[in-house]
Each structure stands twice: as structure tokens, then as C-alpha cells.
Design a protein around this ligand. Structure first.
Ligand SMILES: Nc1nc2c(ncn2[C@@H]2O[C@H](COP(=O)(O)OP(=O)(O)O)[C@@H](O)[C@H]2O)c(=O)[nH]1
Ligand SMILES: [Mg+2]
Length: 333
């Protein structure tokens, strides 16, 4: 199975991506603090939603395939700038190259969050969207399995596994098929499946969070929506056109991206009003890297005020983890 999967992968990713122009994907520059892609079938209202969330003016239409390229817009929220990308609709078979399919899906690989946009009359198509994303190596709402591979030049394969049911010789065989003959593999994922193992060994899988958005709810009543709740779990009902629940959606997008705000307080100055937008679990090192490339090299120490420290103005080093709304002063050499 691993062998077949590998061949399939080579046909899909390897050869085409490196040589063919048509598979390079759209040229979209990432900008802002994070980027979010809208994925859905044609005419579900992706472009209308982009326009409702951002300052963009993407073309909308009642006919299919209106949007032929990736259209970016910027959504500002809580001091953060979030790039939203409207993509051409994907249809069943997109991952195999139907329509603009593979191009569209490859853009999604670079995103920080996927919004799955569904039409209120076709909520069951969520499964198809997930399948198409799966086919191009995108795993939705799944964590990277706790499996780690360290390659070496000699010595064969050592399997460190006290938790999974997969026999060691099978693990070794899968590594061998993928050209790994030396090194060690550490398996810490209980109930690791063969699929997950192959995902890790293949190495080009992307694990992304997603939100499911059910659009055009202005066309139905509450009873209709509760029927859908039996089929699809955890969706956000909206109307992009009538602007229903758009502010709630913005706030959910922001929460899902799990940003934190760091306020800088340069020596002798007041606290900056504009926060630095960082990812949760960021360290002082991450902040330094974001401000200036020399900051890590020239770093002496930092002072922090806020919930990540025991007392105000605590002196900390590069590996200190920050919390939301912390105030930070960096001292350079
Ligand atoms: N009733 C209703 N129509 C909508 C809504 N959102 C979009 N539409 C309509 O659905 C059609 C397709 O919208 P569009 O944004 O172009 O879809 P896309 O192909 O997914 O980008 C257009 O005629 C929109 O006016 C909505 O919330 N309610
Ligand atoms: Mg569109």
C-alpha cells in the first residue's frame, strides 16, 4: 500500500510541480499576520463572503466559475491584519486536475486556516471538500502524529515504539520503500494508523485548522437549519449577501488563528499602542525575529510585564514564552 501511495504521490506532486508550469499554482503573495483561504464549490458565495469580510471587491455572479484566479483581501480585526483569499470553486475530482482544481488546492497548502464554505442547500458536500484537500496532502483539523524520524548515514533502522500496534518490521519496510535505510524512528502516537505513519514518512503533509461556514441562511428558516445540524457538526450559519453573523465569523476566525498581542515598551518611551501580532506559544526569540533580523544576535535581555511573569518588569531571556497582552522591553548589547 505504501509503495502504491508513493507512486501516486510522485505522479501528483514530484514530477509535475517541478517541471510543469500549469501546476505551479497561482502567484499569491502571503501578507498580513496570517492567511485564510476560502474553499468551496462554485457559486456557494465565496466571493460575496470575501467582500463582506474585507475591503476587497471580488467579482460575484450567479453563473459558475466567475472567479478565475486567487483574489486577496485584507480583514482587520483586533489590531491584526488577516489575509483572506478567494479561490475559484473546486469540484469533485479537483485534486486530480479537474478544472483549476490542483492549482486552487495548492494555494490552500500555504494557508494558516481553511474556511470550508457550504451552500445551505448542499451541506453534505463538506465530505467531498475534505476528500479533495486530503488528496493533495492537506489534513484538516488533525494534529501532526507524534512520530519523529531522524535520518542517519549508516547503522540500519532503529524503531522506538512502545505505544502503537504496528509491528516493527512493517515500520522498517515502510521506511525502506520511501528510501530511508538508516536512522531511527520514534513513535509516541497511541493507536497510530498505517495512513498516519505513511503521512509522516512521506513528509509533505500539511495539517491545517478549519472552520465550516454555511452560507445563504437567509433563504431558509430555523427549522431547516436544525435539520442540517444532524448532518454536519459545528458549522457557522451566515449570509454573506445579507451580512448575517459576519462579525461573529470574524471573531471566530481570529480566535481560531490563536493570535496574541504583544505591546512593546522601548526604554524611556510609553507603551506602543499598536500591538505586535504573534502566534500563541511565541517566545521572545520569535518577537525579536519579527522586529529585526539583528535583534536575536544583539539580544542582551528583556523585561516583561503581564501574565507570563511572576512579577512586573521581570528579567527574562530569549526562550521565555509570552502571553496575550504582555508588555515587553528588549535590551540590546
Ligand atoms: N441569498 C443569498 N445569495 C447569496 C449569498 N451569498 C452569495 N449569494 C449569491 O450566490 C451567487 C454566487 O455568489 P459568488 O460569491 O459569486 O459565489 P462563488 O462562486 O462561491 O464565489 C451570487 O448570485 C450571489 O449573489 C447569501 O448569503 N444569500
Ligand atoms: Mg467566486
Amino acid at each position: 500500500m505504501a509503495k502504491l501511495r508513493r507512486e501516486l504521490d510522485e505522479n501528483k506532486h514530484g514530477k509535475n510541480v517541478s517541471s510543469g508550469k500549469e501546476n505551479e499554482g497561482f502567484n499569491v503573495r502571503k501578507s498580513g499576520d496570517a492567511s485564510v483561504v476560502l474553499v468551496g464549490l462554485p457559486s456557494v458565495g465565496k466571493s460575496t463572503l470575501l467582500n463582506a469580510l474585507t475591503n476587497a471587491k471580488s467579482r460575484t455572479g450567479s453563473y459558475q466559475f466567475t472567479t478565475l484566479t486567487a483574489v486577496p483581501g485584507m480583514m482587520e480585526y483586533n489590531g491584526s491584519k488577516i489575509q483572506i483569499l478567494d479561490l475559484p470553486g473546486i469540484v469533485e475530482g479537483a485534486s486530480k486536475g479537474r478544472g483549476l482544481g490542483r492549482k486552487v488546492l495548492s494555494v490552500a497548502r500555504n494557508a494558516d486556516l481553511v474556511l470550508m464554505v457550504l451552500d445551505v442547500f448542499q451541506p453534505e458536500l463538506l465530505d467531498m471538500l475534505e476528500r479533495e484537500l486530503h488528496e493533495v496532502g492537506i489534513r484538516i483539523n488533525k494534529k501532526h502524529p507524534q512520530v519523529f524520524i531522524e535520518k542517519a548515514h549508516y547503522g540500519g533502522i532503529a524503531v522506538h515504539d512502545q505505544v502503537s500496534d504496528i509491528p516493527d518490521h512493517v515500520v522498517k519496510e515502510i521506511l525502506r520503500i520511501h528510501g530511508i535505510n538508516n536512522g531511527r524512528i520514534i513513535i509516541k502516537e497511541p493507536n497510530l494508523t498505517m495512513d498516519q505513519l505513511i503521512d509522516v514518512v512521506t513528509g509533505n503533509r500539511i495539517y491545517l485548522p478549519s472552520l465550516v461556514v454555511l452560507n445563504k441562511i437567509d433563504l431558509v428558516d430555523g427549522k431547516f437549519i436544525s435539520q442540517i445540524e444532524k448532518k454536519v457538526q459545528n458549522f457557522i450559519p451566515i449570509s454573506a449577501d445579507r451580512k448575517i453573523n459576519i462579525d461573529d465569523l470574524k471573531s471566530l476566525i481570529y480566535d481560531k488563528l490563536a493570535f496574541i498581542r504583544i505591546f512593546l515598551k522601548p526604554k524611556g518611551d510609553k507603551i506602543d499602542q499598536e500591538p505586535l501580532i504573534m502566534n500563541q506559544d511565541c517566545t521572545i526569540r520569535d518577537v525579536c525575529q519579527k522586529i529585526h533580523r539583528n535583534f536575536v544576535k544583539d539580544f542582551k535581555h528583556a523585561y516583561v510585564w503581564g501574565s507570563s511573569v511572576k512579577f512586573s518588569s521581570q528579567k527574562v531571556g530569549l526562550d521565555h514564552r509570552l502571553n496575550d497582552k504582555d508588555v515587553l522591553r528588549i535590551i540590546l548589547k
